[in-house]
Write a protein that binds this ligand. Sequence first.
Ligand SMILES: C[S@@+](CC[C@H](N)C(=O)[O-])C[C@H]1O[C@@H](n2cnc3c(N)ncnc32)[C@H](O)[C@@H]1O
Length: 423
Amino acid sequence: MSISDPCISHGERFDGLSLLLGEWQSLWRPAPFHQRMPEWATSHAALFDAAMSLDDSTLAGLRDDDPYASVDGVVRHPLAEYLPLAQLAALCKVPALPTATLPAAWATHVGGRKWQQIEAFAPHVPLEPEASLVEWCAGKGHLARALSRLHQQPVTALEWQPTLCREGQQLAARQGVAVTMLEQDVMAATARDRLTASNQVVALHACGDLHERLLELAADCGAGVTLAPCCYQRTAAARYRPLSATGRALAARHGLALERDTLALAVQETVTAPQQVRRQRRRNGAWRLAFDLLQRELRGTDSYLPVPSLAYGRMPPSLAEFCAWAAERKGLVLPGRVDWGDLEARGWQRLAEVERLEVVRQLFRRPLELWLVLDRVLMLEEAGYTVTLATFCARQLTPRNLLIQAARDARHASPSEVLHDSL
Ligand SMILES: C[S@@+](CC[C@H](N)C(=O)[O-])C[C@H]1O[C@@H](n2cnc3c(N)ncnc32)[C@H](O)[C@@H]1O
């Protein structure tokens, strides 16, 4: 398969990704943060040595670059000779949709980045004659207002938070836009009544269970779908059950049993974080790893001990105070004397190793994300939809830039229509 093969079908892509993700899972499933030494360090010793030898500036460059960037069809990555990067790059290459500009006045009361995402997304929402638009998990209905203006049609926006509904309704009224904010828990049984075959249901960054629910209800009634999925790990289920029959078969064939924590890899990317946030995250990481070393020594057990996360800006001001806080949470007693300077240096050393191992793991991030998206695509195809998959914006604007567009094939009857006809 060539890196620029434009004719690959969703099924072939799904097949190819399942094979490679299954084959290489020992490298990308375990989180380096949790292991002092990855198990693959000996089975893939040359790759391990190459990763550990990456210098800081190469590492910094890799963080911002597309890992599959190629020159003349050859992937330019320092670890390319050890991994099937050309195949992964080919499987992850999806068409990019053209960008458009919407009137600047429509952006009033919408944050800058969010507006840019809406501007990139909204023009790709189709509206058939006689169809009507529903926004799923709409927040204040910013996207719904843009869609209503774009199509000059009323839009219904579903959102469960009363305050957001109220504020969204006020914004729509003030701007004279035909948006109805409806207070609705999309997970409730009543959500089924909100969708019909004549709806185009739209969701920008609806998380895990929320967009899975959208897909389930849309497929049941035949509604059109325009979806940019997000946060696959936000699910009630601890283990992922593929949505498509194809996904279930492929997962079984290639031994892909995905835990909730593993799904988080699909969205672990910090391209949009400002420098200061990144610096703070690194220091927090080094301190957490320092505590990890300390707790292993204290407990005499060489295993990771999860420590609760802290809200942004809540990190105690010194490593000693952080360790005291973490030890208390875990019921551990710190020794009277700790060489904090030495422990901190060892924490930074561990961080340097973890960051290099993450380079390897990150090479499988987009393939995993695409695998999850393809599971959604195949689920819709199996339900009689014609589906296209493309990116709607650059990853710098939002890394969650994959767009599923799906229209039910006119000849395909939905389960509820079949039931109705047989009565
Ligand atoms: C990530 S935000 C996305 C909002 C909007 N689509 C956007 O892109 O700005 C998710 C939204 O889903 C809403 N939400 C969460 N759970 C929900 C549920 N069970 N039913 C309806 N809305 C829900 C949240 O209140 C929030 O406004």
